[in-house]
Design a protein around this ligand. Structure first.
Ligand code: ATR
Length: 280
């Protein structure tokens, strides 16, 4: 659909933002659903100005990414309770010019993992206690899982775990001695980008789990997932959470079921394009 005077505007705000795969997914979804809407990427440093502008322009919805997920809450009219507990908003919905914030990373993590197994009553070890871990733990606990948080800085693991009734520990071999479960989820940045051979836990530890999920998606098969495969575990890569949090965003913005298959294809294509560009 060619944009016209009725086209509704959506977008992502972040800094940096040019690497974002969200425009590919959401524009494909709008087109497929026959909606007269476009989704753009905005590299935003002045958050207050961007939010004021979005209100004035009647922007219909926004994705929010690093470094604005926490600070954006102060600029919204209402924040959903789970997002408030997580302390971060990744989605803004414009309802009659009132800006409402929520966090679809939590449900995105659960839906991604549920592609491999039902989460309820599973024992899940989450590696990391940063912003991503806060959303993942919230989602998993709300879905009925029993969670253990393991983090390099133990104090952060304790703070996160105790606010969700989870257990906690450090991340080194000694601290992980008595720790096991059904599922292992990595939310740390270990294994990402320039250090693809890094792994957040000792390889032997990975063999204790039947399903291993990594939220890192560059590279797609992290060292953690490669080791998990060697141990015969099922794996869930980082693109699955990215897809499912976007699916939940589309549903919050439009009230319609998201064309998930179309979004998945757009995501795969965008990742492939990026890889090809990287190889040039
Ligand atoms: P995000 O929003 O992506 O979660 P973050 O809030 O900066 O990012 O959190 C990064 C997480 O990765 C933290 O749990 C961090 O551990 P610390 O709390 O000890 O800093 C973890 N992390 C980053 N680099 C790490 C490394 N080399 N080894 C182990 N954990 C690491």
């Amino acid at each position: 659909m060619i944009p016209d005077a009725f086209t509704e505007l959506y977008g992502i705000i972040g800094h940096p933002v040019r690497h974002s795969l969200s425009p590919a997914m959401h524009n494909a979804a709008f087109r497929s659903a026959g909606l007269n809407a476009v989704y753009l990427a905005f590299d935003v440093e002045d958050l207050a100005g961007a939010l004021e502008g979005a209100r004035a322009l009647g922007v219909k919805g926004m994705s929010v990414t690093i470094p604005h997920k926490e600070a954006v809450m102060a600029h919204l009219d209402e924040v959903d309770e789970t997002a408030r507990r997580i302390g971060a908003v990744n989605t803004v919905v414009n309802r009659d010019n009132r800006l409402f914030g929520l966090n679809t990373d939590a449900v995105g993590a659960v839906r991604a993992l549920e592609e491999a197994l039902p989460v309820t009553e599973k024992r899940i070890v989450v590696l990391g206690a940063g912003g991503s871990a806060r959303a993942v733990v919230a989602g998993l606990v709300s879905a009925g899982a029993s969670v253990h948080v393991a983090n390099r800085t133990v104090e952060k693991a304790r703070t996160l775990a105790s606010s969700w009734g989870a257990s906690w520990s450090g991340l080194d071999a000694e601290a992980l001695k008595g720790v096991s479960g059904d599922v292992l989820v990595n939310t740390t940045s270990v294994g990402m980008g320039p250090k693809p051979d890094a792994i957040p836990v000792p390889p032997e530890f990975v063999g204790r789990f039947q399903v291993v999920m990594d939220i890192v998606y560059a590279p797609l098969k992290t060292m953690l997932l490669a080791v998990a495969e060697e141990h015969g575990a099922a794996t869930v890569n980082g693109l699955r959470m990215l897809l499912h949090q976007a699916v939940a965003q589309f549903e919050s913005w439009t009230g319609k079921e998201a064309p998930k298959k179309v979004m998945e294809e757009a995501l795969t294509e965008a990742v492939g394009r990026r890889k090809a560009e990287g190889c040039k």
